[in-house]
Design a protein around this ligand. Structure first.
Ligand code: CUA
Length: 344
């Protein structure tokens, strides 16, 4: 009784597998998986993608030929009752040479472009590239633009169509810088500089991630890449490169913002967080934090609720982070959020 049921199921299997595969492929859209490497948006990522596709192509050729030959052999040369022993080919020199040459050829077709790409992506770009220093911290990324006099954190602004050269290091432990749609991964080491270059081809807001386990909150050590056309980028750099607004002497300023600014000093936030464009302190630079898309190292969208949640309870969101819980009241948090929000 069992056998017919099993057979019927087996005959239906191909009809079920195809829709399942279609669904699986449809589920892998880049919208749902923003950290995909299969949707390159920069020249470096495109090189890597090309290698992946080349390798996949040759692997497919090998799979089809080998499995095809196997299936033919299984069916055509299967043993039949009373069949004579087939001719033996062990030690056939011509065959041995052929099946050594074919894999060697395929390996060469993969190795040559791979090695070429490794060398191509390891060079340093010329002085025309935009220089950016990247410094990993537990658990956030600092970005400095020496040519523009800018220090910022957690949001890396880039001009589309211009190569950027990242000189990368870390202030504490080993981290790894990864921006899936623009380039490959690069580890950062203390007292050592690694470089990474790429050119963004489209404007947008993309996620980046630390990809080396660097402590309890490694998983939330992200950042955003904001690529924009050169006009917007220049406008951002110009707006950024201004001293912070002093609301305390501004008679038109919202009283809540003034209260927030006073709290920023009174609660010693200013001891770790610089509000000046080119002044790095121990904590992330907060100049223009009001215009950032995310806060808390790219782990929370920059809304009033999230910002309040983060400054009230950083230890709840990122246990072990250097930023302490200050025991802020709701009103104090509201004032601080208003002040930070006004900095844009
Ligand atoms: Cu930094 Cu993981």
């Amino acid at each position: 009784m069992l056998q017919p049921t099993g057979r019927r199921l087996f005959s239906w299997a191909p009809a079920l597998i195809l829709p399942a595969l279609v669904l699986l492929v449809a589920a892998c859209s880049p919208d749902q998986y923003p950290q995909t490497t299969l949707d390159p948006r920069g020249d470096f990522a495109r090189e890597g993608d090309h290698i992946l596709r080349t390798t996949l192509l040759w692997a497919t050729v090998v799979f089809v030929l080998v499995e095809g030959a196997l299936l033919v052999a299984i069916v055509k040369f299967r043993d039949r009752p009373g069949a004579a022993e087939p001719p033996q080919t062990h030690g056939n020199t011509a065959l041995e040479i052929v099946w050594t040459m074919i894999p060697a050829f395929i390996l060469a077709m993969i190795a040559v472009p791979t090695v070429r790409t490794i060398f191509k992506t390891a060079v340093k770009p010329g002085p025309e590239a935009l220089q950016i220093e990247v410094i990993g911290h537990q658990w956030w990324w600092e970005f400095r633009y020496p040519q523009l006099g800018i220090t910022t954190a957690s949001e890396l602004h880039l001009p589309v169509g211009r190569t950027v050269n990242l000189e990368m290091t870390t202030a504490d432990v080993i981290h790894s810088f990864w921006v899936p749609q623009f380039a490959g991964k690069r580890d950062v080491f203390p007292n050592r500089y690694n470089n990474l270059w790429f050119k963004a081809e489209v404007a947008g807001n993309f996620p980046g991630q630390c990809v080396e386990f660097c402590g309890a909150e490694h998983g939330r050590m992200g950042y955003r890449i904001v690529s924009e056309d050169s006009t917007s980028f220049d406008a951002w750099a110009k707006a950024f490169n201004t001293p912070p607004r002093d609301f305390s002497t501004d008679s038109t300023a919202d009283p809540l913002v003034k209260q927030g600014q006073a709290l920023f000093t009174a609660k010693a936030c200013s001891g770790c967080h610089s509000m000046y464009p080119a002044l790095p302190l121990a904590g992330p630079n907060l100049h223009h934090i009001g215009s950032r898309t995310y806060v808390a190292a790219g782990s929370l969208k920059n809304t009033d609720e999230n910002l309040a949640r983060w400054i009230k309870d950083p230890q709840g969101w990122m246990p072990g982070v250097l930023m302490p819980n200050l025991g802020l009241s709701d009103d104090e948090a509201k004032a601080l959020v208003a002040y930070l929000r006004a900095n844009k």
